[in-house]
Write a protein that binds this ligand. Structure first.
Ligand SMILES: [Zn+2]
Length: 136
């Protein structure tokens, strides 16, 4: 995987590139785009929008609620992909690995299909957290 060097100051990435598609150079910087669920909206880095929106649409089509999404945010631990819009908390995640809404049984397969990492996959699981597999 190609990675670009991007200065990170106190966990926040410098936003230098304003082009619509910042991949693969500057994967952690660029413009943002809105994603929508039936319950709310949030912003992600623009190139990742089709991934998150595709996942959300498929889950909603299958009859499950996604809840209001929590994506771009500075209120997460250092190095979190939330800082630059590369991660979303879905299904009303109320704490690490705790969601108020039930995830569809095939959520990992759907996430994979849309190029997302599902936090449920991790050894220290974080169900409800979804992120892109690039940019730190
Ligand atoms: Zn998260």
């Amino acid at each position: 995987m190609r990675r670009s060097l991007i200065a990170v100051v106190a966990g926040f990435c410098l936003i230098a590139d304003t082009s619509a598609d910042a991949r693969p150079n500057g994967a952690m910087s660029g413009s943002y785009a809105w994603i929508h669920t039936k319950q709310g909206s949030s912003r992600v880095i623009a190139w990742a929008r089709p991934r998150f929106q595709g996942f959300i649409n498929e889950v909603e089509r299958s009859g499950y609620r996604v809840g209001a999404p929590g994506c771009l945010s500075s209120g997460h631990m250092q190095h979190s992909k939330h800082h630059w819009g590369g991660a979303c908390d879905l299904f009303v995640q109320v704490a690490r690995n705790r969601t108020r809404l039930r995830l569809p049984p095939n959520h990992m397969a759907i996430a994979l299909r849309y190029g997302l990492i599902d936090g449920c996959m991790w050894r220290n699981p974080d169900c409800g957290h979804f992120e892109v597999p690039v940019g730190g």
